[in-house]
Design a protein around this ligand. Structure first.
Ligand SMILES: [Zn+2]
Length: 491
């Protein structure tokens, strides 16, 4: 525990220097207290060790349960997402600035205008996504002492210390690891199951379910269980890093030209009819479906926070179709007011003076698909929560916490950035990752073969998870775009 505290303080001092803001100090103390109280320091120590082993590929690994203490996790380097409100910091000197932008909590650091350091003149870095610590008390005494992370195959080899014991799937089931094909009964399992299903949907290709590996280790008398989930989008990103020699961590989230891809096909330099898609994000995870095009056309994203909200709507269930789309189209409700994450519900309810504990419980119940019940509806009415908002909550079947959403959006953005800057490598790595050997052979046979195969498919199946052709269709669409733009694919 002492070492966690020390590492966090050192990193915070390095980041924010002498001007270590009170905001950071107070929050850090609170989170450290919570870890102590719940006796979960072994989880953070284990995650820290793993992350250290994987430090060269830091952006390709995501600890899902870094939640419990987002600032501690960030300062330990376990996650790359800064949970503080949007801010500037200087990487050369110790300057930091936390501007008050407006009362819209949805904005994030990368939205801020460019600025130079008033002390040393370096361009300031921008960071911060406003994760509410209140929403993530999952590491309480009753919580599962399990680390769940998403990574790539290469990283599993790197980040698992020798002291860990690998378990077979059967052993993992016996030890009550969460295993996706067991029929979910308990709310917690159901939520995890739902999570998996939704994640697969945003991946939208090849793999039926993500491969997993299970490990455990004894640490401070605590049996820490580790589940590694291989995320195909991270594999894709890793392949892009390897073929371009540009690290994804060096991709900033405010590149204007990358935003252009999310708004039209102009940057691709081809007519939209020729690729059968209205925007430039074919092949970008979560941004390749027809429903997403409608959403992006309505939003016209120009800020990273717009995309975070879009991603929340895409990843969630019951969030966009017949819910946010109607509210935005017909009732003039703005993107920053519709529900895109569990955090949104928490913030909206506390703004209506519903107490934090209750707001957390409601946000979680709605977010995990357990609904809200009459008593919750009565509370909302009594506190003057607008009827459209209550109705929108009723329609939601699943919502992600904002941390997940920001992570997956960051991955999608980085992939879009490679598409803009390194199109040749983008198409090659995409097809290598998402097509099976038969499909690769067909694509390599040329533009005509791809066009013929595409003719067989009805574009409406793009959003239909139930059909097998989902596997091939998006890959063929990307291959077609590649040929239209004059690039080639060879085996
Ligand atoms: Zn400076």
């Amino acid at each position: 525990m002492a070492s966690i505290k020390k590492i966090c303080k050192e990193r915070a001092n390095k980041l924010y220097g002498g001007k270590f803001p009170q905001l950071v100090e107070k929050r850090l103390e609170k989170e450290l207290d919570l870890i102590k109280e719940t006796g979960t320091s072994a989880l953070f120590e284990t995650a820290y060790e793993m992350k250290k082993l994987a430090s060269k590929n830091e952006t390709l690994i995501f600890f899902r349960n870094a939640f419990g203490a987002p600032l501690v996790s960030y300062l330990l380097g376990v996650v790359n997402l800064n949970p503080l409100p949007g801010h500037y910091y200087c990487h050369k000197c110790d300057y930091a600035e936390f501007p008050v932008v407006d009362d819209d909590y949805t904005w994030c650091g990368p939205d801020l205008p460019d600025k130079k350091c008033p002390i040393c003149g370096e361009p300031l870095r921008k960071d911060g996504y406003s994760f509410h610590e209140k929403l993530y008390p999952e590491m309480g005494k009753d919580a599962d002492h399990q680390i769940v992370l998403e990574c790539t195959r290469t990283l599993v080899k790197e980040c698992i210390p020798d002291s860990f014991t690998e378990l077979s799937e059967e052993e993992a089931i016996e030890r009550k690891f969460y295993v996706p094909h067991i029929k979910p009964k308990e709310p917690r399992e159901r939520a995890a199951f739902e999570l998996e299903r939704r994640m697969l949907k945003t991946n939208g290709a090849r793999k039926e379910r993500m491969d997993r590996k299970y490990f455990h280790v004894m640490d401070d008398d605590m049996d820490v269980r580790v589940t590694c989930i291989m995320n195909p989008n991270l594999e894709f990103l890793e392949a892009l890093e390897n073929s371009t020699h540009v690290r994804s961590r060096d991709v900033f989230f405010d590149d204007k030209k990358t935003f252009a891809l999310f708004n039209s096909v102009q940057l691709l330099g081809v007519p939209r009819d020729s690729i059968g898609f209205d925007i430039g994000t074919l092949g970008v995870p979560a941004y390749s479906s027809n429903a997403t095009v409608q959403l992006l056309k309505m939003v016209k994203p120009t800020r990273f926070s717009h995309l975070i909200q879009c991603m929340g709507l895409i990843m969630g269930s019951g969030t966009w179709t017949d819910n946010a789309d109607k509210l935005m189209k017909e009732d003039g409700i703005s993107l920053s007011d519709v529900i895109t994450s569990r955090d949104d519900i928490f913030v909206a309810l506390t703004a209506h003076n519903i107490d934090e504990k209750r707001a957390v419980a409601i946000a979680k119940a709605i977010g995990t698909g357990m609904g809200m019940g009459h008593d919750v509806e009565r509370v909302m009415e009594a506190m003057d929560v607008p009827e459209w908002y209550v109705e929108s909550c009723r329609k939601i079947k699943y919502l992600f916490p904002k941390t997940y959403i920001v992570f997956h959006n960051a991955v999608a953005w980085q992939i879009a950035w490679y598409k803009r800057c390194y199109p040749r490598e983008f198409y090659k790595c995409f097809i290598d990752e998402f097509a099976d050997s038969e499909l690769k052979r067909q694509i390599a046979a040329g533009a005509n073969v791809v066009a013929e195969l595409l003719d067989k498919y009805n574009p409406d199946v793009m959003d239909d998870l139930g059909k097998e052709m989902l596997v091939e269709y998006p890959v063929l669409m990307v291959a077609n775009e590649m040929y239209v733009r004059g690039y080639q694919y060879s085996l």
